[in-house]
Design a protein around this ligand. Structure first.
Ligand code: DC
Length: 236
């Protein structure tokens, strides 16, 4: 079973997707980490971000591996380095290129094949796994996302003005929404969780309830197993 969780930056997708996967005993895939790793690799390889052909060539030959928790670039664990502002600021040059998205979507499908998995990103339900059994779109207002981010930063000893966070977030939202391919949008059949005013526990329980509903619905609609004609008929 594939569960997709999409939504804008700062909606808390990663932590919820991880916890949903844990509770269900499913694998977890953070697709943003793959976009981040390719971006870091392109920076390290000093590729000119305006040179789309060079970016595509790079994305075709780079060796990316996801082990369920961490991401490896040419064998190197880059899970921490991909979170740097330098990478975040450059991602759009990579994520806007349809052929790069094509490569990464293929890798995402390869990772998911035959698995029970929760995948998290922007285009999982709409583009990469259009036939996923369960699709969730997790969102929150810009103010709420910025407030949560401010708290996270303060807890990490990096206090920041809310206006500054809102400005950066608006820029990322606009980039995510206006991408020519793989733009952020809920799939037509996604269930939306609007998480303003909810605790992360409440969001988690809501997401698990949605998965449970889908499972029950699919069980009801699953074709019945044909009667076992070889049965000896028990004690009748
Ligand atoms: O989820 P995140 O913030 O780590 O993602 C980083 C960037 O990668 C995000 O700004 C847009 C891009 N991305 C994407 O284009 N498609 C995805 N499925 C996941 C992420």
């Amino acid at each position: 079973m594939i569960v997709t969780i999409d939504g804008p930056a700062g909606a808390g997708k990663s932590s919820i997707a991880k916890r949903v996967a844990q509770r269900l005993g499913f694998e977890f895939l953070d697709t943003g980490a793959l976009y981040r790793a390719v971006t870091l690799g392109a920076i390290r390889a000093q590729i000119d971000f305006q040179d789309v052909d060079a970016l595509v060539q790079y994305a075709k030959q780079v060796n990316l591996r996801w082990d369920g928790q961490r991401v490896f670039l040419n064998g190197d664990d880059v899970s921490d380095e991909i979170r740097s502002p330098t990478v975040t600021d450059a991602i759009r040059f990579v994520a806007d290129v349809p052929e790069v998205r094509h490569q990464l979507s293929r890798l995402q499908r390869e990772i998911a094949v035959g698995r029970d998995i929760v995948t998290e990103g922007r285009d999982q339900g709409s583009e990469v796994f259009p036939r996923a059994e369960c699709k969730i779109f997790l969102t929150a207002s810009a103010q709420e996302r910025a407030r949560r981010r401010q708290k996270q930063l303060a807890d990490a000893g990096r206090p920041m003005q809310i206006e500054q966070i809102l400005r950066a977030q608006e820029r990322r939202d606009e980039e995510d929404r206006s991408r020519p391919v793989g733009a952020l949008r809920p799939a037509d059949d996604a269930r939306v969780i609007q998480s303003d005013g909810m605790t992360s526990e409440q969001v988690l329980e809501d997401a698990l309830r949605i998965v449970e509903e889908v499972r029950r619905r699919d069980e009801r609609h699953a074709p019945r197993q044909p009667a076992d004609t070889n049965s000896t008929g028990g004690d009748s």
